[in-house]
Structure formats: structure tokens, C-alpha cells
Write a protein that binds this ligand. Structure first.
Ligand SMILES: C[S@@+](CC[C@H](N)C(=O)[O-])C[C@H]1O[C@@H](n2cnc3c(N)ncnc32)[C@H](O)[C@@H]1O
Length: 254
């Protein structure tokens, strides 16, 4: 199922709690599987964030935070983190995790057979640094302030109007601040009208790729510091997985 409402469903909640908080063995019960694709929400921070660039008491914004793992990881390095997601369900659960540190759930083995599990925020993370709120990344409340880090992990190809969101990001990133955008470039008309895709089509007889459009949108305000290929694995059930490779780009605000 791939529709915008997917992120309010029980299936999405279970898949994303496992994706964000599940152990390697829970996410990938096969010794021959792609272990380098595990722990993606944490790796979006550990592999992309340049910690040395952060000022004291840094502020971070995680747009499309889902059930919150990357926002918690940002709090290892930043004094204040705001996580925003359009899904009421995800934000309700992220807030529960922020307040209580854990949340019981179940993940699918096969059909209606599930295994009970507990999502636990790593205990060394100071959860008081994080707040979660429901909101639209394309239309953020104007009083959010400036950030030293803005992360969009696997969000852009799920937006109705990606350019509208990306074109405004320079307003939120402090000079010298970092903008981290990761995307598997899975453009689907269920989420984004074909005319608004950032890549994956031909124009004037030549292919347009997402990276090229990101450059066009960001280069007036940002310098591209790095690109990375980040594999990730989402388990649907014990015998079905989505293995993807996100394009990660790290931009520095000029
Ligand atoms: C593919 S998931 C990625 C979630 C998370 N960043 C991760 O890497 O696991 C896309 C997320 O974006 C959220 N989302 C979709 N449209 C949004 C919007 N307009 N504003 C904020 N979040 C949105 C969805 O609810 C979902 O949590």
C-alpha cells in the first residue's frame, strides 16, 4: 500500500517502530541478508552530520521524523531538537517515546502472526532535548527559529510539492549550518504529481535526475559538501523486505 494515508495506519506504525528501534536480529532474521542496510535512522545522523561544525547549544530540526529515531540521535549532539511529521499517529507515538522512553508494539512474521516487541530510546540520550509536533514540511509554522542542522530523511519523494518545501529550507538554516537530505528517489504519482517530480523523467530528450534538481534548488544558498549512498532495509514481514539505497546530500548554508 503506498498512499499518503499509509503513514496513519497500524501497518506503517509497526514497520516504522521496527525500522527505527528494532534490533538487527529483529529487522533481519537472515544471516545472509544485507546487514549494511540496518540502523538507517541512526546512520542518517552518524554518517551525515559533521559534529565538528556544530556550535555549543546547537538546534536541530528533523522534518518527516516519523516515530522519531533520527531526532533522538540528533539529540546526542544538539541541545534542542524539534521533530515534525504530518502523521498524527507517528507524532503521538514519538511523543510517548519522548515522555516514557519505551513503547510496546508488535511486528509481523507472516499474515496475522506477529511478535511482541518493545521500542526503546537509547537510555544515554537526554530525551528532554526533544519535542515532537504534527505539521506540514511544506508549510511550517513561521516561529520555529533558525537551526544548525535540518534533516530530511526519505521525505522529499513523499511530498505533494517537494520544490515548495525545499525552496524554503534556506530560511531555516543558520549561516554555516547543515542541511542533510536523504532520498531513495522513489518518485510515485500516489504522492507527487508527475509534473512536480524532482527527477526520474526525460526533459527535452535528456534524463533528469534528482541530484541535478537538488543542485538547482539549493546552490543559490548552500554549498554541497558531500554525497553518500546510504542503504536501508524496511522489513514488511519475515520473508519480505524493501532494500533501498538512499542518495544522501549534505549542504552547508552560505
Ligand atoms: C518514508 S517516511 C521517512 C520517515 C523517516 N524520516 C525515516 O527516515 O524513517 C516519510 C515520512 O514523511 C512524513 N510526511 C509525509 N508528508 C509530509 C509533510 N508534508 N510534512 C511532514 N511530514 C510528512 C510521513 O508521515 C512519514 O513519516
Amino acid at each position: 500500500m503506498t498512499t499518503p494515508d499509509f503513514y496513519e495506519t497500524e501497518q506503517a506504525l509497526s514497520e516504522y517502530l521496527l525500522f527505527h528501534y528494532g534490533s538487527p536480529a529483529q529487522n533481519l532474521p537472515w544471516a545472509f541478508g544485507p546487514v549494511s542496510a540496518l540502523d538507517y535512522p541512526a546512520r542518517c545522523v552518524s554518517e551525515c552530520l559533521e559534529v565538528v561544525r556544530l556550535p555549543a547549544r546547537a538546534r536541530a530540526l528533523d522534518l518527516g521524523c516519523a516515530v522519531g529515531r533520527s531526532a533522538f540521535e540528533l539529540a546526542r549532539h544538539c541541545a534542542e531538537v524539534i521533530g515534525i511529521d504530518y502523521s498524527h499517529r507517528f507524532i503521538e507515538v514519538a511523543r510517548h517515546l519522548q515522555q516514557h522512553g519505551s513503547m510496546p508494539y508488535a511486528y509481523v512474521e507472516e499474515g496475522h502472526l506477529t511478535t511482541p516487541a518493545m521500542a526503546v530510546v537509547p537510555t544515554e540520550i537526554d530525551r528532554h532535548r526533544i519535542t515532537f509536533e504534527q505539521g506540514d514540511a511544506q508549510d511550517l509554522r513561521p516561529d520555529l527559529g533558525l537551526f544548525d542542522v535540518v534533516l530530511l530523511a526519505n521525505l522529499v519523494d513523499r511530498l505533494r510539492e517537494p520544490r515548495r518545501c525545499l525552496g524554503r529550507l534556506s530560511d531555516w538554516v543558520r549561516l554555516g549550518g547543515q542541511l542533510i537530505v536523504t532520498t531513495p528517489c522513489t518518485w510515485l504519482e500516489d504522492y507527487t504529481a508527475r509534473s512536480l517530480w524532482l527527477g526520474g523523467f526525460e526533459q527535452d530528450g535528456r534524463p533528469v535526475r534528482t541530484l541535478e534538481t537538488l543542485r538547482t534548488v539549493f546552490e543559490p544558498h548552500f554549498t554541497l559538501a558531500r554525497t553518500l549512498d546510504l542503504p536501508f532495509l524496511i522489513r514488511e514481514h519475515a520473508r519480505k523486505f524493501q532494500w533501498s539505497v538512499a542518495l544522501a546530500t549534505v549542504w552547508i548554508r552560505r
